[in-house]
Design a protein. Structure first.
Length: 261
């Protein structure tokens, strides 16, 4: 695989940071609240089968914070324009957590450009009596320890040094997440009403021990999206692309190939 590259793309007046690598049919990955802008190990595995395109959302990291950004629906419109701007079709769209919510909104707005949709531990819906965690009450250490099932992995992630720039980006990401998902927390009643209109073949991935968005939400998405398939990773928290990277990648590859059959 050629060395991944990062560059800036301007869409709807916003300059966004994009990591890109691999070759083949396009796979667009939409990151969660912790941010993006990097080509991670699981992306390298996917890049053996796809051209992986991983934008950093407007409002996050090194991307612009445009005046028009008010809610997740705005990002759904933005990514519909992003796919159009890059001339992408036959896209495997993958979103995790907040990015899964954004991916669902995008699928409602740009279905003709999508081949397959994967929603991993996605926000966006609400089940009465099954609350999500209030991530806005946790400090950075508490959040990290609750993101993954393996305590040793959490401690290794916490021990990784951070530069001043990375700390500033983490603060920017936290602010952007609060703006988009504080109230109502991590869901949108409008998505609840219209998600049944998603027609793209959909794979729902979840960690059995997810402490942020309980695994019951996997079935909630599957019940609302016709024909959606669910896979649950055992002994896994909110970051299956980190804790179960090989299985996560295998699930996406197999599902995308099946959607093309």
């Amino acid at each position: 695989m050629a060395e991944p590259r990062t560059y800036f793309e301007t869409v709807e007046g916003a300059q966004v940071n994009v990591a890109r690598g691999g070759a083949g049919a396009p796979l667009v990955f939409l990151h969660g609240a912790n941010g993006g802008g990097r080509f991670l190990p699981f992306m390298e595995k996917l890049a053996a089968h796809f051209e992986v395109i991983a934008p950093e959302h407007p409002g996050f990291g090194k991307s612009d914070s445009p005046a028009w950004l008010d809610n997740v629906q705005d990002l759904g419109h933005f990514y519909a324009a992003f796919l159009e701007r890059l001339g992408l079709s036959d896209v495997t769209l993958v979103g995790t957590s907040l990015g899964g919510w954004i991916a669902a909104e995008t699928a409602l707005r740009a279905p003709s450009r999508l081949r397959a949709l994967t929603l991993a531990c996605a926000a966006g819906l609400r089940i009465a009596g099954t609350p999500k965690a209030n991530i806005f009450l946790w400090n950075a250490q508490e959040l990290m320890r609750n993101l993954v099932h393996d305590p040793a992995l959490a401690e290794r992630m916490l021990a990784a040094p951070m530069s001043d720039e990375e700390r500033d980006i983490a603060l920017k990401n936290r602010f952007a997440t609060a703006k988009l998902a504080w109230s109502p927390r991590l869901h949108d009643p409008q998505l609840q009403k219209w998600i049944h209109r998603i027609e793209t073949p959909t794979l729902v991935l979840w960690g059995r021990e997810d402490k942020i968005i309980p695994v019951a939400y996997a079935q909630a998405f599957a019940e609302r999206i016709k024909g959606a398939r669910v896979h649950v990773f055992e002994q896994c928290g909110h970051l299956p692309h980190v804790e179960k990277a090989d299985d996560y990648v295998a699930q996406i590859i197999a599902f995308s190939k099946g959607a093309r059959a």
